[in-house]
Structures are given as structure tokens and as C-alpha cells.
Design a binder for this molecule. Structure first.
Ligand code: ADP
Ligand code: ZN
Length: 603
């Protein structure tokens, strides 16, 4: 029997376990039921794939992500591991092939969807004769009704246990809130499990929030620093995804939309194109991502405020799975909060809408932070964190990009109400500052709002009111004599105390002053030999296309980077590259070595 470390080196090309992987694998191999809470990109797969190779029998992997199974299985095969999957996408002939492999015991891992597993007892009965040693329940949070991905079939998993008595169970998830964790322990039918909780910190992701004004220009500025890198841009509506992706294409980017309203084939096509690096940007609703395991996503942008921290963290977590520097950028306006609150309240389930409203406030609070964003996120998931991370916008640029102007907004609103929505900006400012200008009508100087804002200059009030208009706290009527009027949000601000945040100074173009704007890009200066990286990337794409697999299945960006650093010149040296195991050496070594050789000789 090989040791776990041998398997890791031989098949995955890695030299050390990461985080809690070694402990988890120990627990699993000792036959203890095990629960693993690890963030996206933390390396959960290794936690059951390595034991699968050590154990003498079959490992059953249960996953709701049908779209992912093929890539995962392809990746395992390229690492020299016998794996297969069974789900509704396979033809009858293909299924029979898998059955045969199961019968002759040649498989180490079988991926199966819960629907498939519980479609009658026949299949479980069959599996009970296949020497299943380990059951890995991926995305284990799907068992929780409290989560956003509840799958009723997951509730039957304890039944699988009864059929497969010898098997140890390992449950894995990247969702770590208390309720979900409790559900996993309660409902999965685990016996005295060992629970491993990793830090949820994604140290390689930089968090940024920017005001939503001129967000498209800001987005262009941001993308300009990303060259060929892959990224996901989330928007709220289907229409927005299409409009934004069109606009991006018009500006010379390669983008495709993705949302649940597109025909199945179109959706699959767009996803494929992204996975295979044919386009580098997908503009999507949150329907996109569950099925995405692309390791070299360099940035995730939210054009709107997400509904809760859990979702936001999961979505941003799709960046940087390969451990390389990545960016999460969110555009925020209090207007989004207001709009989302309205949706949340339509729900006729009172308890649930209360939870949703609270989560919206927590999300807005994140956007309005003047302290470290990473700390807030980690504390949210119940983790301690230092006060400064050094890699969020607040830590990098200092606080105070935004200011709380809720009181000022209320003053301006009550002035507009007192003036019966009949006056323009200039007049309203005269009233707020308590001006003695003759333009102000006598009776208006008796209004309670007269002079309430005199601690700000007229000029500052002008600026703030313009910001309020941009945020749709107020609006200006059309016509020859435009007057200030209320909006749907005005009432919410007065009655429900929704905070109004505006930039401290007039908004300036984005991203210019960040610490290392370009260093996230694969073609940056920190990268050794960027030109070689591009050549290797081209070769990877070529090979991947030939084999009909996504590029990152051939080699991750991290592996290509390591090649640029180590500049291997022999097979032995190539084997030292992180992510190169025996199988990949045999399969790809010659070609990659040739490109590296050429580069070194001519450079
Ligand atoms: P998760 O499922 O937790 O999101 P993955 O299992 O997809 O994470 O792993 C994320 C990335 O980290 C993958 O590219 C994987 O190959 C890499 N990885 C996992 N474990 C290690 C390790 N011990 N050393 C180096 N890279 C690793
Ligand atoms: Zn920070």
C-alpha cells in the first residue's frame, strides 16, 4: 500500500499537504467518519482522492454538480487514476461500460449524483457488492434546508450508509455557518465524526469595494489591468448580463453572457468557451458558478450588491483556486440595498424575510466598512483575524473613501418635502444653510429645516445633493425649471433609516492607486519570464483542445508559473514542478520541455 504522501507526489505532483489535508486523510484512513469545512480552493478534493488511492477498494463520490463530474474525472485520469462518473448525461452504452469497470474492480473512484444514487434500491444493492471503502459527500451543505443549495436527495444519504456498511464517510463543504454545520452532523448519519475546520481566509484574494457611480468606466479601468486573465462578472438580471457583455465586446474584450434563461446548448457552449480559455470573461447571474471549477479565474466582479455574505464569499471564492493572486471587486450603492430589501419583503414567509433582511444589512455593512474587509468577513464566519490584512482596499488605501451622509440625506429630504417638491438645488441649499439671501422667501425662513445644515458650506451641500441624485435618494425633474423631487428610496431612508454612503471627495477614476494593480495579471513583472508563460499557455491550450478538456485540467496556472520559475531542462527537473506527477510527465513532459528549451536557448 502506498503512503498518502507517495500518492500525492506520484499522482498529483505536489510535495506537501496543505492546511489540514494531512490530518483529514489520517482520520479518514483510520476509518473515522470525518467532516471537512474548508474554503473554496482549500484543496478538499485531495482529502478523498488520496485516500481513494491508498485504500483497497472503491471510493464513491457523491456530488450534485453533474456539469463538473466530467472535468474532475478527466483530471484524475490525466493523473493516472482510474475514475468514472455516472449521471443523467451518459448514454446507455457509456453507463454499461462503467458498470463493467465496477464489476471487474478496476475503478478507484466513482462520481455519482444523488439522483442517480437513489433512483431505486437496485443501484445501491449493486454497489454493496463493489467493495466501497469510502463515501465522500461533496458539497455537504446541500443537506441543509438553511443553505441556499438545499437538495432533498441529500437527506437520503444516511440510507446509503445502511447499504454500504464497511464504508467510512467523509463530508466536505465550503459553507461553514453554524446552522449548516449542525445539519450536516445531524442529518448525514455520521457516527462520532472528527470535524476539521480550516481557516476560511483566502489570503490570495484582494477585496475591493467601489462606489457604483460610473461603474462601467471603472470596470474598464479595472479590466485594463487584467490583460488576458480570466474573470467572472456577476450582475443581477439576465438582461444586464447580455447588455454588459455586449458593451464589453464593443470595447474589445472577449465576453459571453450566462444565465438560466439561455437555451441549454447556448449556456453549455458559453461555459465551455470560458473553461477552455476561448473567451476570458463571463458576464453572469449567480446561476453561473456552481458548475465551475476553473482554477485560473483571476478576478470576480459584482456589479451589484449580493444578497448575503455567504453568497458573496462563495462567489468571490471562485477566484484564485490555484493559489495565485486574485481580485474581488464589488460596486456598491445604497440604492441596491433598497431594491433588494423590497424583493426580500415580498416574500410571504415572515420569519424568512426577517433573516433575509438582516443578511442584506450585514452585506451593506460590509460595503460601507471603514475597517479591514477581510477581518469583517472572517469574523462573520466566526474566525478571529488581525485588524489589518494589508490586502483589501481599506488596508491598502486607508479608510474614508466613503462617508456616512445619512443625516445630511434626511435633512435634504425634509427640505424637499417642506418645499413641496417645488424648488431646485440652489434654493434648497439656501434653505439648508440658513442663507440670508433675498432670493429666499420670507415664509421659508420660518421652516424648521431653515439652517439645519449650516455646519456645511453651500458648496459641500451642492456636492452632497448631486451625490444623492446619483444614488437616487433624490431626483431632478425634467423641464425648464428642474426641481428636486422624492424617489421611492427617499421614503425608505426617512422611515427605515437605510444608511446613505457617499464618497468623501468627488469620485475619481478607479484602481490607479492600488498597491499592485498589475501584479495580479499573469503577464506581470513578478512573474519570471512572462513571455515563456504565454508560450506555455499557448501550448497548454493546444493540448487541451486536442484532448477536449479544459486548459486547467492539463496544467494549472500555478504549474505553468512554477515552470517559469524553475526552468526545468530534464525529465527529472520537470517532475519537480508543482502539479507534475508521473502521468503528466509521460504525457506532456516532452512537449513542454521542448518549449522551455527553445526559450532558454534563444532568450
Ligand atoms: P476545493 O475543492 O476545496 O475548492 P480543490 O480541491 O479544487 O479545492 O483544490 C484547489 C487547487 O489547489 C487545485 O488546483 C489543487 O490541485 C490545488 N491543491 C490542492 N492540494 C494541494 C497541495 N497539497 N499542494 C499544492 N496544490 C494543491
Ligand atoms: Zn484588510
Amino acid at each position: 500500500m502506498p503512503s498518502p504522501l507517495q500518492v500525492l507526489e506520484e499522482h498529483f505532483g505536489y510535495t506537501t499537504f496543505r492546511g489540514k489535508q494531512a490530518e483529514v486523510i489520517d482520520s479518514v484512513l483510520s476509518g473515522n467518519d470525518t467532516v471537512v469545512l474548508m474554503p473554496t480552493g482549500g484543496g478538499k478534493s485531495i482529502c478523498y482522492q488520496v485516500p481513494a488511492m491508498v485504500l483497497n477498494g472503491l471510493t464513491l463520490v457523491i456530488s450534485p454538480l453533474i456539469a463538473l463530474m466530467k472535468d474532475q474525472v478527466d483530471a484524475l485520469r490525466l493523473n493516472g487514476i482510474e475514475a468514472a462518473f455516472l449521471n443523467s448525461s451518459l448514454s446507455g452504452v457509456e453507463q454499461n461500460q462503467v458498470y463493467q469497470q465496477l464489476e471487474n474492480g478496476s475503478l478507484k473512484l466513482l462520481y455519482v449524483s444523488p439522483e442517480r444514487l437513489f433512483a431505486g434500491n437496485d443501484f445501491l444493492e449493486f454497489l454493496s457488492r463493489c467493495n466501497v471503502q469510502l463515501i465522500a459527500v461533496d458539497e455537504a451543505h446541500c443537506i441543509s434546508q438553511w443553505g441556499h443549495d438545499f437538495r432533498p436527495e441529500y437527506l437520503q444519504l444516511s440510507k446509503a450508509r445502511k447499504w454500504l456498511k464497511d464504508a467510512t464517510m467523509v463530508a466536505l463543504t465550503a459553507t461553514a455557518d453554524e446552522l449548516t454545520r449542525k445539519d450536516i452532523l445531524d442529518k448525514l448519519g455520521l457516527s462520532e465524526p472528527n470535524v476539521f475546520v480550516s481557516s476560511f481566509n483566502r489570503a490570495n484574494i484582494e477585496y475591493h469595494v467601489q462606489p457604483k457611480q460610473q461603474s462601467f468606466d471603472r470596470l474598464l479601468d479595472f479590466l485594463a489591468t487584467k490583460s488576458n486573465d480570466s474573470g467572472i462578472i456577476y450582475t443581477l438580471s439576465r438582461k444586464q448580463t447580455e447588455q454588459l457583455s455586449e458593451k464589453l465586446n464593443a470595447h474589445g474584450f472577449k465576453a459571453l453572457p450566462y444565465h438560466a434563461g439561455l437555451a441549454r446548448e447556448v449556456r453549455d457552449q458559453h461555459q465551455e468557451a470560458f473553461l477552455k480559455d476561448d473567451v476570458n470573461i463571463v458576464v453572469a447571474t449567480i446561476a453561473f458558478g456552481m458548475g465551475i471549477d476553473k482554477s485560473n479565474v483571476r478576478y470576480v466582479v459584482h456589479m451589484n450588491m449580493p444578497k448575503n455574505i455567504e453568497g458573496y464569499y462563495q462567489e468571490t471564492g471562485r477566484a484564485g483556486r490555484d493559489g495565485l493572486d486574485s481580485t474581488a471587486l464589488l460596486f456598491y450603492t445604497a440604492g441596491d440595498l433598497f431594491q433588494l430589501k423590497q424583493f426580500a419583503m415580498i416574500d410571504d414567509n415572515e420569519a424568512q424575510s426577517r433573516v433575509m433582511l438582516r443578511k442584506l444589512d450585514e452585506m451593506a455593512a460590509y460595503c460601507e466598512l471603514t475597517t479591514c474587509r477581510r477581518k469583517y468577513l472572517l469574523n462573520y464566519f466566526g474566525e478571529e483575524a488581525p485588524n489589518e490584512c494589508g490586502s483589501c482596499d481599506v488596508c491598502l488605501n486607508g479608510p474614508g473613501e466613503m462617508m456616512d451622509a445619512t443625516e445630511e440625506a434626511k435633512m435634504a429630504l425634509s427640505a424637499v418635502i417642506r418645499l413641496k417638491e417645488g424648488r431646485g438645488i440652489r434654493y434648497t441649499v439656501l434653505l439648508l444653510t440658513g442663507s440670508d439671501s433675498k432670493d429666499l422667501r420670507d415664509e421659508d425662513t420660518w421652516l424648521p429645516t431653515y439652517g439645519v445644515g449650516k455646519h456645511h458650506s453651500a458648496r459641500e451641500w451642492n456636492r452632497m445633493i448631486r451625490e444623492f441624485i446619483k444614488l437616487e435618494v433624490l431626483k431632478v425633474s425634467d423641464g425648464l425649471y428642474p426641481v428636486l423631487q422624492l424617489t421611492g428610496m427617499s421614503r425608505a431612508i426617512l422611515r427605515e433609516g437605510i444608511p446613505v454612503m457617499i464618497p468623501v471627495k468627488p469620485s475619481k477614476p478607479a484602481t490607479k492607486k492600488t498597491r499592485k494593480t498589475a501584479s495580479n495579471s499573469a503577464a506581470d513583472s513578478q512573474l519570471q519570464h512572462p513571455e515563456l508563460f504565454e508560450r506555455l499557455r499557448t501550448l497548454r491550450k493546444l493540448l487541451a483542445t486536442n484532448e477536449s478538456v479544459p486548459a486547467f485540467v492539463v496544467f494549472s496556472d500555478a504549474a505553468l508559473r512554477d515552470m517559469c520559475e524553475k526552468l526545468p531542462r530534464s525529465r527529472d527537473e520537470f517532475l519537480q514542478v508543482s502539479g507534475v506527477g508521473r502521468n503528466k510527465l509521460e504525457r506532456y513532459g516532452t512537449e513542454f520541455l521542448k518549449v522551455i528549451d527553445q526559450y532558454v536557448v534563444t532568450a
